[in-house]
Write a protein that binds this ligand. Structure first.
Ligand SMILES: Nc1ncnc2c1ncn2[C@@H]1O[C@H](COP(=O)(O)OP(=O)(O)OP(=O)(O)O)[C@@H](O)[C@H]1O
Ligand SMILES: [Mg+2]
Length: 505
C-alpha cells in the first residue's frame, strides 16, 4: 500500500498543531516519523487512522483520494495503529482482545474454534506463543504490544503505525519487536515507526520524515542523512553536547542511608547512601528490582527487613504521606497509571500534589496555586495552551514534564527519578539534564533509575548496578570521558547481558 497525506492541517480550538503537512509511506517500507515532543506526530497518525479528523488536506491510498473519518474507515482501508498508550482490555482474555469488534460468530455465538485457528496462524507469523485464555493484564508490556500487532493482522492491515513502541520494553523485547517488524516488511506491509531513540531509527528504518512545530521539515532516505542532520532538523539548531558540563560540587551531608533493605522475592540486602548535591544512578535490566526499591523508599510498598535513615535519623516509611513529610519526591516510570490524573488540568495535578503548601485552613489559594504551576511548568519548558489544559490533551513527553513539575513544586530534598526521560525528545532531554544539575547545585540528593546507560554515565556521580534483586557493584563515575560516553551513545549503549557495559565498570 502506498499512503499519502497531502496538505494536512489540524487545529484544536485556537491552536493549530499541524500546518500543511505532506507525508507519505511507500509500499513495503519502514518509515520513521520523528520530531520533538508536541511536534504533532501522534496527531498526524491519529488523523491517518480516523481517531481525529483533519481540517484541511487529503488522504490518498494508492493514488486515490480516500475518506478516513472514523476508526472504522481506517480499519476498512487496512490501516492499523499500535498506540503510544496501549489499548488492550486487561480483564479480557488474549483471544477476546485479539478479535475485539471482529468476533467470528456462528448462529449468534462466538466461534472460538475458528478464531483460534486464525490466531494460531498469526502467532506463528509473529513467532509468539500465548495461552488464549490468559487475561491480558497478566502479560508483560512487550506481549501486550505483540497482541496489539496481532490485532492489526486480524484486521488484515497493510499499513501498521507504531507510536513509540519501545519506550516500555526491555532490550530483549526490543530485539524481538524489531525481528517482527522486519518480518512484516518482508510480508509486504508498510510500517510507520515513531521513536525518540535515534539509534533505533538508523537500525530499522528505510526513510524518515521530520516534523517541527506542526510543519514538515524534511523527508529523506535514511542512507542520505546523518544523526546530526536529523537532530538539527528536528530541533531547528545545532544542539551541541547532550549532557551539561559536569559540576564539581562536593557532596554535602548525608541525606539517606539504606542498610540491608530486603523485600522478599523482590530484592535483598540493599545498602547505599545519598548525600546532598549527589546524583546516584541505578543501572540494571528491567525486572532487576530497581523500581521495587524506589517503591519501598516512597512508602508504596513495605519492606521485610533492613533500616532506612533520613538525615541521620532512623525512620519507618510506611506510607506515601510519610515519605513526602520526609522530603522525598518520586517521579514514577509509569505516568499514566501512577504519575498523573489525566482527566484533570495541569494546574490541578500540581495542586493535588502540594495541597498543604498551596492552601490555608483547607481552602485552596488559587492565585498561589496558579503562580506555582506557572513557575514550575516554565522551568521544565512545558508546551501547553495554558495551565488549565487537561493533561490528557498533552503530548506524551509533555505529560512527563507535568509529573516533574508537580514534584519540583513540592521542594523535595531527596528526589527519585524513575526513567525520567522516557518518551522525551533529545532537546527536552537536554533540558531535563540541565534541570537535574540545577537541583544538584541547590543541594538536592537525586536518585536516577534508568535503562539508558548513557544517561547514567552522563549525569551521575555514582552508579549502582543491580542484578536479580541484588546490588552487584558500586562504581564511581569520574573517569568516564566524553569519548566513552559518546561511543556508548552511538551504539554501545545496549547492555543485553552486561557484556558491552563491562569495560566501563
Ligand atoms: N485532544 C487534544 N486537544 C488539544 N490539544 C491536543 C490534543 N491532542 C494533541 N494536542 C496538542 O497537539 C500538539 C501535538 O501533540 P502530539 O501528541 O501530536 O505530539 P507528538 O509529536 O506525538 O509528541 P510526543 O513526542 O510528546 O508524543 C501538542 O501541543 C498537544 O498538546
Ligand atoms: Mg506522541
Amino acid at each position: 500500500m502506498k499512503l499519502e497525506m497531502r496538505d494536512i492541517s489540524k487545529s484544536f480550538g485556537p491552536v493549530q498543531v499541524l500546518q500543511h503537512v505532506d507525508f507519505h509511506v511507500d509500499h513495503n517500507e519502514i518509515h520513521a516519523l520523528i520530531g520533538e515532543n508536541g511536534a504533532g506526530k501522534s496527531t498526524l497518525m491519529k488523523i491517518m487512522t480516523g481517531i481525529y479528523t483533519h481540517d484541511e488536506g487529503d488522504i490518498l491510498i494508492d493514488g486515490v483520494v480516500t475518506q478516513i473519518r472514523s476508526i472504522k474507515d481506517s480499519v476498512a482501508k487496512r490501516i492499523a495503529i499500535v498506540n503510544q498508550e496501549l489499548n488492550v482490555f486487561g480483564d479480557m482474555s488474549v483471544l477476546e482482545n485479539l478479535f475485539i469488534g471482529k468476533e467470528i460468530t456462528r448462529g449468534g455465538i462466538v466461534d472460538t474454534v475458528a478464531q483460534k485457528k486464525i490466531a494460531d496462524g498469526i502467532f506463528t507469523r509473529l513467532g509468539i506463543h500465548l495461552d488464549y485464555g490468559t487475561k491480558v493484564k497478566e502479560l508483560s508490556v512487550g506481549m501486550q504490544q505483540m497482541l496489539e500487532i496481532g490485532k492489526s493482522l486480524v484486521n488484515d492491515a497493510e499499513l501498521i503505525i507504531m507510536d513509540e513502541p519501545t519506550s516500555a520494553l526491555t532490550d530483549k523485547e526490543i530485539d524481538f519487536l524489531f525481528a517482527v517488524i522486519r518480518r512484516l516488511k518482508q510480508d509486504g506491509k508498510s510500517i510507520v515507526y515513531i521513536s525518540h531513540r535515534m539509534k533505533e531509527i538508523f537500525d530499522l528504518c528505510d526513510s524518515i520524515t521530520i516534523l517541527r512545530d506542526g510543519k514538515l521539515v524534511k523527508r529523506e532516505s535514511i542512507k542520505n542523512i546523518t544523526f546530526d542532520d536529523v537532530v538539527k532538523n528536528m530541533v531547528g539548531y545545532e544542539l551541541g553536547g547532550l549532557f551539561p558540563q559536569r559540576l564539581q560540587i562536593e557532596p554535602g551531608k548525608m541525606l539517606l542511608r539504606v542498610n540491608n533493605l530486603t523485600r522478599h522475592k523482590k530484592f535483598s540486602d540493599i545498602s547505599f547512601e545519598l548525600h546532598e548535591s549527589e546524583i546516584i544512578g541505578f543501572a540494571g535490566l528491567m525486572g532487576s528490582g530497581r523500581t521495587e526499591i524506589m517503591n519501598v523508599l516512597f512508602g508504596v510498598d513495605s519492606y521485610d527487613s533492613g533500616e532506612i535513615y533520613v538525615r541521620g535519623e532512623k525512620v519507618g516509611i510506611h506510607s506515601v504521606v510519610k515519605a513526602k513529610q520526609l522530603g522525598i519526591g518520586y517521579v514514577t516510570e509509569n505516568r499514566k497509571e501512577e504519575g498523573l490524573f489525566l482527566d484533570f488540568s495541569i494546574n490541578d495535578n500540581v495542586l493535588f500534589n502540594n495541597l498543604k503548601r498551596l492552601s490555608s485552613k483547607f481552602i485552596v489559594n488559587d492565585k498561589k496555586s496558579r503562580s506555582t504551576t506557572t513557575d514550575f511548568t516554565q522551568q521544565v519548558r512545558l508546551k501547553c495552551r495554558d495551565i488549565q489544559q487537561y493533561t490528557s490533551e498533552l503530548s506524551g513527553g509533555n505529560q512527563q514534564k507535568v509529573v516533574l513539575s508537580k514534584w519540583l513544586a513540592n521542594h523535595p530534598s531527596i528526589l527519585i527519578l524513575d526513567e525520567p526521560t522516557r518518551g522525551i525528545d533529545v532537546n527536552a532531554k537536554k533540558q531535563i539534564y540541565e534541570m537535574i544539575f540545577e537541583l544538584k547545585k541547590a543541594g538536592i540528593g537525586i536518585i536516577v533509575v534508568s535503562s539508558e546507560l548513557v544517561e547514567l554515565l552522563g549525569i551521575t556521580d555514582t552508579i549502582y548496578v543491580m542484578h536479580e534483586g541484588r546490588l552487584m557493584s558500586r562504581l564511581v563515575n569520574h573517569e568516564l570521558s566524553d569519548e566513552i560516553v559518546m561511543n556508548y551513545m552511538m551504539g554501545g549503549s545496549r547492555h543485553d547481558d552486561g557484556e558491552t557495559a563491562k569495560p566501563i565498570f
